[in-house]
Design a protein around this ligand. Sequence first.
Ligand code: ADP
Ligand code: ASP
Ligand code: MG
Length: 439
Amino acid sequence: MLKVCKFGGTSMANADSLKKVKDIITADKSRKYIVVSAPGKRNKQDTKVTDTLYKCFDEVVSTGSCKESFKFIRERFIGIVEDLGLDFDVKSVLDKTESDIAEKKSKDFTASRGEYLSAIVTAEFLGAKFIDAEDIIRFDSQGKLNEEYTDDKVKTKLNGVEFAVIPGFYGKDSFGNIKTFSRGGSDITGSIIARGVKADLYENWTDVSGFLVCDPRIIPDSKAIDKLTYRELRELSYMGAQVLHSEAIFPVMKGKIPINIKNTFSPEDKGTMIVPTELSGDEPENVITGVAGKKGFTVIYIEKNLMNAEVGFIRKVLSVIEHHGLGVEHLPSGIDTLSVVLESEQLKNGLLNDIVNEIRESVNPDYIHVIENISLIATVGHGMARRRGTAAKIFTALAEEGINIKMIDQGSSELNIIIGVLNSDYEKCIKAIYNAFIK
Ligand code: ADP
Ligand code: ASP
Ligand code: MG
């Protein structure tokens, strides 16, 4: 049995959490390769090390040094090393890091130092070997992961290594510069290492007891999901359930390595098992598996009689959007209607107006209307395809709460139903769906 374990920011936050991490690792000899995040928040008011590093970068750009912002980084790591009672000269490592940040003036390099320092300290504490992600993870000239090179490096660098700590979140680009994944990317690093060493299990240790049916900030006592398939996970994480980075699934997919989401602060809880597919005859306990959502969308609703008979109609609408370099989030359509769902963030400075006018000119619709401040909420689950009336149950639950549905999109896989409601109804909508199916 071989396990790769990734520990998130809260697990790395202070000496107490690091002691819990050590107990977890020493309890099971198969936990050999440990991927770590930068220290996260110790309490609600605290700041994540990575966020402060982005400030360090801004300070370097405006003043040439990061003396002020780096003080916080210094205090955090010195505090951890002292509280753990380690005989390790972290001050020299911090001095060198501070001057490297000032010299390199690179945003990604600066941000990556949280994971780098965290892994060095954790390796010291665990008595494990530190293996730098920059020697393993490689991006190509387009900024995509170079899978072949990376896989090969994981194998050669870890071959014969019994116990190692690897920093998450970054690798090197094709020019040899440090490059990070997007925020939360240590989950991806863990997945890459798990695939490279052909692990039996990828354990992802965080601060909640698994993937919960709903965001616990909306439903504090939300139940945890026992078992989730890769596809369900992808839908939920893409739609905003941030427990696991939405791209973390891809590296383990090929090797069909299961992921176990576990809680560092309650390690006996079994957490959530994420598996390649459902086993046949495996009837899900609930009709729905999870609910996730995101705020901040705009819907452009277009009506034109006989739209479907008009060759190239959808292409013309989409080419307007493409022309502005934007991506489309969803595209629900009816016989004579089409809705284009876009992230509001990318429509600032009059762009929305331009797009609507260009669509008008291009396809001459009977009616075009913009709905702003929309949230998208996805109800996900393999069980929905087998049981009738799921959509009706959602709509009834929302109607009873007086929530107005602005848009509906049922994926052709019958794995999800996405609805659009006003941002102001977002929390209420998630609660209504949870109560209708889970409680
Ligand atoms: P880590 O630092 O360990 O990577 P994250 O903060 O990235 O942890 O992810 C864990 C957090 O995700 C939880 O503390 C919780 O607030 C949030 N979260 C959002 N949606 C869900 C969900 N459906 N299930 C569990 N946690 C969720
Ligand atoms: N430290 C990085 C972040 O805060 C990466 C991670 O924690 O996964 O986004
Ligand atoms: Mg995370």
